[in-house]
Design a protein around this ligand. Structure first.
Ligand code: BEZ
Length: 246
């Protein structure tokens, strides 16, 4: 999807803030070579670089990589599903990105190949049931205009057992894997969130109907996600894991 780096800054600032815990699990060391897979605008890559200067970010979005480079991060445009590295990194890190890569088997194989023996894969992504009420409202909105939610859904939110199985099958030893809810306060509202994160659902909606579609979703979700203070709290679920290449 096309990312807009400036409204990402407004609507997604919490992504890096919540990334601190997964960074502690990574525990980057000065001499290590680290890949940040799906680095987005490079905010966390820069934090890693302060501890492990030999870190590189990749992301499939040229807009995001431009922003990451402006921050001074070593970054390049590359898709995790087509990553060619072999035996190169001590660790592969990923925060809030793997759920955009629907070909998860290819991604896990690519990460495994790119790691040195004993290297680690440390990541957090959306888990099963992530933003469940948002997805349901989008599907309802699309159904009303005779479009399929399933066909436009860009995300993969696996459960813990399924993902652990995939990691093991690819040759990882899974040290830890947990799934937990993380209700997340949005900086604006669900429309702002949608514009930043859910554009693929708009692909087949004529442009003169998109505003109405977004208003319907906002109305549909207000009772569930908007609290008495008028804040929007999204029903995020995280899947967090640490696995080692055998
Ligand atoms: C997530 O981080 O879980 C997420 C963010 C935006 C869209 C889908 C999932």
């Amino acid at each position: 999807m096309e990312w807009n780096a400036s409204d990402y800054g407004e609507n997604a600032g919490y992504v890096a803030k919540y990334g601190q815990e997964i960074l502690s699990l990574l525990s980057p060391q000065p001499e290590e070579s680290i890949l940040d897979l799906g680095c987005g605008d490079g905010e966390l890559t820069k934090v890693i670089a302060a501890k492990s200067p030999n870190v590189m970010g990749i992301d499939s979005s040229p807009q995001m990589i431009k922003k990451a480079k402006e921050r001074g991060v070593n970054a390049l445009v590359m898709d995790g599903e087509a990553m060619p590295y072999e035996n190169k990194f001590d660790a592969v890190f990923s925060n809030a990105s793997l759920h955009w890569m629907k070909n998860s088997d290819a991604v896990i194989d690519n990460v495994h190949r790119s790691l040195k023996p004993g290297g680690r894969f440390c990541a957090e992504m959306g888990g099963e049931g992530n933003i469940k009420s948002v997805v349901a409202a989008i599907y309802r909105g699309l159904k009303k205009i005779k479009l399929s939610g399933e066909e436009h859904n860009p995300w993969y939110f696996p459960n813990q057992e399924e993902y652990a199985e995939k990691l093991k099958k690819a040759g990882f030893e899974v040290k830890s894997i947990i799934e937990f809810s993380r209700p997340t306060k949005l900086p604006t509202d669900i429309t702002g969130w949608f514009i930043t994160f859910a554009q693929p659902f708009l692909n087949d909606i004529p442009s003169d109907q998109q505003e109405n579609f977004l208003q319907n979703i906002q109305q549909d979700l207000a009772a569930k996600l908007k609290n008495e203070q008028g804040e929007w709290i999204a029903d995020y679920v995280r899947l967090r894991f640490l696995a080692f290449k055998k």
